[in-house]
Design a protein around this ligand. Structure first.
Ligand code: NAP
Length: 300
């Protein structure tokens, strides 16, 4: 059996970085990363790690032809953006033209044309493009990434406050590194997962108040959750210079999670990987320095 070339999109981001790490050294796979800036530090680090780095912009179909040549499996991750359907469509067409054999798509929980949030509806459009391509596919619909809490890491570090906009809702959040681990399992044996849609979650649905308690015990100091109302969250994020679409996306999620939309977990992670998904405590321990903790305390 010859080597298979895996094209990893979103290669400098949270999940795809973890995926590349999980695929590193797997026999029979050649790893190729699609990046917008091959001279950037993250792309250079990938190259040093033995990953082939190719330039391409998913917003610009003409930049994709060469990058897709000889690809067997495409990992399709697009950034959270109003342009996701366009980027997804461009990638699917390039895959079709390059005779790609399998697409693994990173979607989001409960993607659907009737989803109560904009991101879920946009993901439904890309899922449809993937399914209509005629190329065998697997779809991952991961739950909320624990890494989202890093957006409030500065205030946890400086004054012990975790600002999030999720009310008292429980969320079955997953460590983004585990989404990479999950995707790697699928990519290692795509035929086994063809035509399947998975919803990887963490081990437990947690409130943000419980997450603050866990941070408190890991950091060995007080951390309190402050539930930001939608308008306060919107103004704060606009103040940080985030785009209106992205801010609205975070507000959308906060609203539906506050109403219990994310209060579930699945057994998909264990079923597919054979491992337990990382707990929030594990995440908090590993990322303690970002929340102002010392790595030594984190591992005590
Ligand atoms: N956050 C969550 O809780 C959550 C949960 C479930 C699903 N999701 C979905 O996961 C995806 C985001 O994953 P992530 O957080 O791992 O991503 P991320 O860290 O935000 O990284 C986004 C990646 O996309 C690349 N990118 C941006 N614009 C591009 C373009 N025009 N052409 C090619 N590449 C481009 C970025 O590269 P550069 O270095 O060039 O910027 C970066 O590598 C979204 O689809 C989101 O809906 C998120």
């Amino acid at each position: 059996m010859g080597e298979k070339t895996v094209l990893v999109t979103g290669a400098t981001g949270t999940v795809s970085t973890a995926l590349l790490g999980a695929l590193k050294g797997k026999p029979g796979l050649r790893l190729r990363a699609l990046v917008r800036d091959p001279a950037g530090a993250k792309a250079q680090a990938l190259q040093k790690d033995g990953v082939e780095v190719v330039a391409g912009d998913l917003e610009e179909p003409d930049t994709l032809t060469e990058a897709f040549e000889g690809v067997d499996i495409m990992w399709l991750l697009t950034p959270a953006s109003a342009l996701e359907p366009s980027m997804g469509s461009n990638a699917v067409l390039a895959a079709k033209q390059a005779n790609v054999k399998h697409i693994v798509r990173n979607s989001a929980i409960k993607a659907g044309h009737d989803a109560p949030n904009r991101n879920g509806r946009l993901h439904a459009l890309v899922e449809e493009a993937v399914k209509a391509s005629g190329i065998p596919w697997t779809i991952l619909r991961p739950h909320y990434y624990m890494q989202n809490l890093l957006s409030s890491a500065g205030s946890v570090a400086s004054n012990g406050i975790l600002y999030m906009n999720m009310g008292e809702g429980r969320v079955g959040m997953i460590d983004g590194r585990d989404v990479g681990v999950f995707a790697a399992k699928v990519i290692e044996d795509p035929a086994r997962h063809a035509g399947k849609t998975y919803t990887p979650t963490g081990p437990k649905a947690t409130t943000m108040a419980e997450a603050a308690d866990t941070l408190s015990s890991v950091l060995a100091r007080g951390v309190n959750y402050v539930a930001l109302p939608p308008e306060a969250a919107r103004q704060a994020m606009l103040g940080f210079g985030l785009s209106r679409w992205f801010v609205g996306n975070v507000v959308d999620y906060g609203r539906v999670y506050s109403e219990g939309w994310g209060d579930f977990v699945t057994s998909d992670f264990k079923d597919v990987t054979g491992q337990e998904a990382r707990s929030f405590k594990q995440f908090a321990t590993d990322f303690a320095p970002a929340f102002g903790g010392s790595p030594v305390a984190a591992h005590a």
